[in-house]
Design a protein around this ligand. Sequence first.
Ligand SMILES: Nc1ncnc2c1ncn2[C@@H]1O[C@H](COP(=O)(O)OP(=O)(O)OP(=O)(O)O)[C@@H](O)[C@H]1O
Ligand SMILES: [Mg+2]
Length: 264
Amino acid sequence: MIEVTNIKKTFNAGTINEKHALNGVDLKLEDGEFVTVIGGNGAGKSTFLNAMAGVWPVDEGRIVIDGIDVTGLCEYKRAKYLGRVFQDPMTGTAADMEIIENLALADRRGKHRGLGWGVTAGERDRYHELLKELDLGLEDRMTAKVGLLSGGQRQALTLLMATLQKPKVLLLDEHTAALDPKTAAKVLETTDRIIAENHLTTLMVTHNMRDAIQHGNRLIMMNEGRIILNIAGDEKKNLTVEDLLHKFEEVSGEEFTSDKAILS
Ligand SMILES: Nc1ncnc2c1ncn2[C@@H]1O[C@H](COP(=O)(O)OP(=O)(O)OP(=O)(O)O)[C@@H](O)[C@H]1O
Ligand SMILES: [Mg+2]
């Protein structure tokens, strides 16, 4: 489903701010794999997801999604294959539009029909069902403005919007990091359910090592723009946070430098 071969990205090349953010990343994923991505601050996790999404062109390497070489496609053209949710609950939804309008817009992304035609009864029923499954009471507030929702409610809605069209790849970049622990756990539970129900191939960045171990079927660790650990199956299931810290030190020769990861 995903074949990433030797991608490299340098920011500000040739200046004193030159940064080799991706130093040859390789990753092969089967259809439906759910990968958690961990690594210290500045390891290149977000840069990797941005490369997948085509935020800017990579300097080298190839990205193939479901047999389609998307390396040369701009962000806009690639968007139809991807669903994305970021850390900030304020992005991803339109605050001054209603919940139902946000859903309808996401549903029509890339299609010719805009909102001008209104939402059909069938669509309304479908959105009602999907919102009900979130278990946040949003199905009874479909005409409320999204700006009135809590951060957790907005992230859950963004997740729903990102997956309405069943993307080939779902990219989650610390999408629960800004939420309180209880809400984060709930949004993660919803994430698991939506991924499983739709059999979505997923990359989820998290700073929480315990979440990285508990969720998904594969775990990768990044350091200095490289994948330094790639674990799946039973080996992943049996991991502990101590194992991960130890492995990181073993492979990178340094201590893990994300306070968030160690404290949470
Ligand atoms: N658009 C950009 N321009 C210049 N430098 C960038 C850009 N995006 C990322 N970088 C740099 O690339 C490196 C990797 O950043 P990235 O955001 O991928 O780290 P990360 O692993 O997501 O870290 P964090 O856990 O802090 O989110 C950092 O040194 C960062 O400053
Ligand atoms: Mg990041």
